[in-house]
Write a protein that binds this ligand. Structure first.
Ligand code: ZN
Length: 409
């Protein structure tokens, strides 16, 4: 079977680059060896490598692994598919490093740092009154150490609840009691002043603690995994039926991972003050992502009739993102950050949507078959649009981070 295949390949290798370089009609002994690893036409491909009949030439077919790996640096009809996503991978690697080292500077720490001063200058009686109902020891004002311990322990227990940010805490403090301490004795002014200092010093570190970063890094990791898996899939699949099968599964897993992790920043940062919805949406997309990956890995779903179901699964995963985005708009319609992030999300949807359309319709090569074999065919455009969509989502993620770092809930 292998010999038969080799014969067939050699016979149909009219378009092989090796032969073209040697010159027409001069197949010497050296050329014969190069022909074996030359590029072939679509009709010379085994069934599992036939994917797009509008791309006629420049296929690699069952090359040994060293040649396949080196082909990343030669011209064939997958070269740009490999590099569009490999460059995309390096872009996201750079963005991850940038995020880890530079992004905390995006947060306007300066605007937070003056808050302790605001507290120091606030109405001393008001602060005391607000704290009175929350803190039973407050009537014994001279006992400042007790008060301090009490504040600390109540904040520590509140920190356990993810829904309570430092901002929510301030809100609780300011709403916790009517002005029960309005008959303050003026002589206790120095004690009150000292208490206010203590409170300001305790609240200040709470104010500059950053919001969790893991949802943003989960997205960056998902994007890098997807882009790298896709790039290696395009490079290696031509080696053998077995490797093509493995790489294609990995490619599907990468797409599912990108879609699922893309939900994490918008859902987490939009609903961090609504833990029920936050957990609901995150669980839903995680389960759907794992199910899609498991579904794609099962050998029985390799059959062509399951291709449509798989495509619908990916589409359904992406389209379900409309629900949390609309929910976010309902909750935060009055906040400019909610509108700005939605603008980025719409733009991302357009990139991905256009990518899916180009992918499905195989435009432009269907209009001029054989003319876009090396450059300009639909899959390359699809790859560029995926990177553009993910890059747009990165910017939306930065906005979410800034929004929550500055405002909390
Ligand atoms: Zn691809």
């Amino acid at each position: 079977m292998a010999g038969e295949e080799a014969e067939r390949l050699a016979a149909s290798a009219a378009a092989a680059w090796g032969e073209a370089e040697e010159g027409e009609g001069k197949p010497g002994a050296g050329a014969k060896k190069r022909k074996r690893y030359g590029l072939v036409e679509y009709r010379a491909l085994p069934g599992y490598l036939r994917d797009n009949e509008y791309i006629h030439r420049h296929y690699r077919c069952e090359w040994p692994l060293p040649q396949v790996l080196l082909s990343a640096f030669s011209i064939h009809n997958e070269t740009l598919n490999v590099w569009t996503h490999l460059i995309g991978f390096f872009i996201f690697l750079a963005l991850t490093i940038y995020t880890a080292t530079q992004v905390p500077n995006v947060v306007d720490i300066q605007s937070l740092q003056h808050l302790p001063d605001v507290l120091r200058n606030a109405d001393i009686h008001k602060i005391q009154a607000e704290l009175l109902s929350c803190l039973p020891s407050l009537p014994h004002l001279p006992d400042l150490q007790n008060l301090k311990d009490e504040l600390k322990s109540s904040w520590n227990s509140m920190e356990v609840l993810p829904s309570l940010s430092r901002w929510h805490l301030l809100e609780l403090l300011s709403n916790c009691l009517p002005q029960r301490f309005s008959h303050t004795n003026e002589t206790s002014l120095s004690v009150l002043q000292s208490m206010k200092e203590e409170i300001a010093n305790m609240i200040a570190p709470q104010l500059i603690r950053p919001i969790a970063r893991w949802p943003f890094y989960a997205f960056l990791g998902g994007a890098m995994f997807c882009l790298f898996a896709s790039s290696t899939c395009h490079l290696l699949s031509c080696h053998s039926r077995r490797l093509a099968y493995i790489m294609l599964r990995l490619d599907y897993a990468g797409i599912a991972a990108l879609i699922a992790t893309s939900f994490y920043p918008p859902v987490y940062y939009s609903f961090m003050c609504y833990p029920f919805f936050c957990n609901l949406y995150l669980s839903f997309i995680t389960i759907l992502g794992v199910a899609t990956i498991a579904f794609s890995l099962l050998p029985v779903f390799q059959n062509p009739e399951f291709r449509t179901i798989r495509a619908w699964l990916f589409f359904g995963m992406g389209a379900s993102g409309v629900i949390p985005v609309l929910h976010k708009l309902v909750l935060f319609w009055h906040q400019p950050e909610a509108l700005h992030t939605t603008g980025y999300e719409v733009l991302m949807g357009l990139f991905y949507g256009l990518g899916a359309l180009v992918y499905a319709t195989r435009v432009p090569e269907r209009w001029m078959p054989g003319k876009f074999d090396i450059a300009g065919h639909s899959h390359q455009l699809f790859h560029v649009l995926v990177v553009a969509g993910a890059y747009t989502h990165y910017h939306a993620g930065l906005l979410y981070l800034k929004w929550r770092d500055l405002q909390g809930c």
